[in-house]
Design a protein around this ligand. Structure first.
Ligand code: NAD
Length: 260
């Protein structure tokens, strides 16, 4: 379905991003991975996707909190792959703390990674997409792009901001064949959530088991974590012709969390 397209998936060495990169490779796209992690494991992932799906897979270790690093990653994508046709802004991180104690450096990090990096990749990807009259931008939001939870001020602010960036990108891209949407998952069981369970337990004075059942899944009426494969399938659908009229939408995949 995506043969001949190149997809850049940020934060794809782990969790949701890794599942999306794998799914888009299975759909036939060449893929550029990005993120941190063990060099050998990343290379095994890269080589495995090339072998299994007969596509080209590159890797950029760019630190997306730095605009110059993003510029370098996008320049390499243009040089090695001819540009990015599908941009998945997925890299993100979380920190849990009451506002009055929220470390300023953590606020700056989360805004830079979860919000500003998507502005930089988008501004650098759009000229190529417009010239091709086709582009798909999938931003990774969260239920926290629609509603808040206590102690997650930076994350909630960044994800609400990403919703605004998505809508603006959708309007500017619409006449040029570019579509931009925001996927808003509920709790997906990944390393990010595992870390959050421990942090939330500390912030709320609860056990980790209580956090899992009474805080996380309490919000999710299905009482099940969303799977990375479900989110990847959703991203794949948004790159398919059936989704050509979906643009500027905040799309929930949260087991009914934000229906309440
Ligand atoms: P994860 O921690 O498993 O993966 C995060 C990825 O981002 C990794 O590949 C990591 O190396 C990369 N990364 C971290 N800092 C980076 C930096 N400075 N530069 C480049 N890459 C960096 O997380 P995940 O749970 O898969 O989350 C992925 C996205 O999905 C995030 O935007 C997150 O907010 C969102 N999300 C997650 C959940 C959930 O429940 N897991 C729910 C809703 C939204």
């Amino acid at each position: 379905m995506l043969k001949g397209k190149t997809a850049l998936v940020t934060g794809s060495t782990s969790g949701i991003g890794k599942a999306i990169a794998s799914r888009l490779a299975a759909d036939g796209a060449n893929v550029i991975l990005n993120g941190f992690g063990d060099a050998k494991e990343i290379d095994a992932l890269r080589a495995g996707l090339e072998r299994d799906h007969k596509v080209r897979v590159g890797f950029s270790g760019a630190d997306l909190t730095r605009a110059e690093a993003i510029e370098g990653m996008m320049a390499d994508a243009a040089k090695d792959f001819g540009g990015v046709d599908i941009l998945v802004n997925n890299a993100g991180t979380q920190f849990v703390s009451p506002i009055e104690d929220f470390p300023v450096a953590k606020w700056d990090l989360i805004i830079a990674l979860n919000l500003s990096s998507a502005f930089h990749t988008t501004r650098l990807a759009l000229p190529h997409m417009k010239s091709k009259k086709w582009g798909r931008i999938v931003n990774m939001g969260s239920a926290h792009a629609k509603v808040a939870s206590p102690f997650k001020s930076a994350y909630v602010a960044a994800k609400h901001g990403l919703s605004g960036l998505t809508k603006t990108t959708a309007l500017e891209g619409a006449p040029h064949g570019v579509r931009a949407n925001l996927i808003c998952p509920g709790y997906v069981f990944t390393p990010l959530v595992e870390g959050q369970i421990a942090d939330t337990a500390k912030a709320r004075g609860m056990t980790e088991e209580q956090v899992k059942n009474d805080v996380l899944l309490a919000a999710q009426p299905t009482k099940e974590f969303v799977t990375v494969e479900q989110v990847a399938g959703f991203a794949s659908f948004l790159c398919s012709p059936a989704a050509d009229s979906i643009n500027g939408a905040d799309l929930s995949i949260d087991g009914g969390w934000t229906a309440q």
